[in-house]
Design a protein around this ligand. Structure first.
Ligand SMILES: [Zn+2]
Length: 236
């Protein structure tokens, strides 16, 4: 690339977070989680509170770190040569409401969107989704895309534990303390939505069997206490 830049690459504000936004876009594309320019991702800098967010309408493979936009938690552009994602209010409203959330991944996941058109929530269809996203993944009312109303529709169903919200007639949004966790939650919710839609069809449209909701708190506790390798400090 021969384009001149206003400042050197090394001086780019929050370069590491901008690079993470580029990388998660490519990763999501590779894993079939997003297509074209649909979807958007953001990550918050814990120190400054600033947010690196995908630019509007640039295909993932063409997006560079310099295209990623830095906004404050009110969605105002602090640094960047591009327009931020049209869904910036959605991201910043979630970040303001949930200080624990560091990364947000919004996609147009197909089966989650199917569920959004037919149910008020994704029920506990798979053990795994219960463990990572809770018993029910809520579905919003219809929110006006690209406006604060869209963010408001998410806040209405958001509680302090919510890991993912399905957006009525639109898609899915997941939250995590890193892009890896937000992306993983997106995949688990989408897989559960897929199983649910297929189970409904295979069952003649009748509600399929669910994970018993009364068992979910205990199994979640066991999962958090005992799954995987002992946690190392600082792994993000
Ligand atoms: Zn969208």
């Amino acid at each position: 690339m021969t384009a001149r830049r206003g400042r050197g690459e090394s001086e780019m504000l929050l370069k590491d977070l901008r690079e993470k936004v580029v990388a998660v876009g490519l990763e999501a594309l590779e894993r079939g989680i997003v297509h074209g320019t649909a979807g958007n991702m953001s990550i918050r800098d814990e120190e400054s509170g600033l947010i690196a967010i995908s630019p509007s309408g640039i295909p993932y493979p063409e997006t560079t770190a310099a295209d990623v936009v830095i906004v404050n938690d009110q969605g105002e552009v602090v640094d960047g040569r591009r327009k931020p994602s049209s869904e910036t209010p959605l991201h910043t409203m979630v970040m303001r409401a949930r200080p624990d959330v560091r990364a947000v991944v919004h996609t147009h996941a197909h089966f989650s969107t199917v569920v959004s058109c037919i149910r008020p929530y994704l029920p506990p269809i798979l053990t795994e989704v219960c463990l990572v996203a809770g018993a029910r993944v809520p579905v919003t009312r219809y929110g006006l895309t690209g406006t604060p109303d869209f963010g408001e529709s998410v806040l209405e169903v958001l509680d302090p534990e919510t890991k993912a919200v399905i957006l009525r007639n639109h898609g899915l949004i997941s939250f995590g303390d890193s892009f890896a966790s937000a992306l993983a939650i997106s995949e688990v919710v989408e897989e559960a939505a897929k199983v649910y839609v297929h189970a409904l069809a295979a069952n003649g449209g009748r509600e399929p069997e669910m994970v018993p909701e009364e068992l979910i708190p205990e199994m979640t506790e066991r999962f958090r206490a005992g799954y995987g390798q002992p946690k190392e400090a600082g792994v993000g």
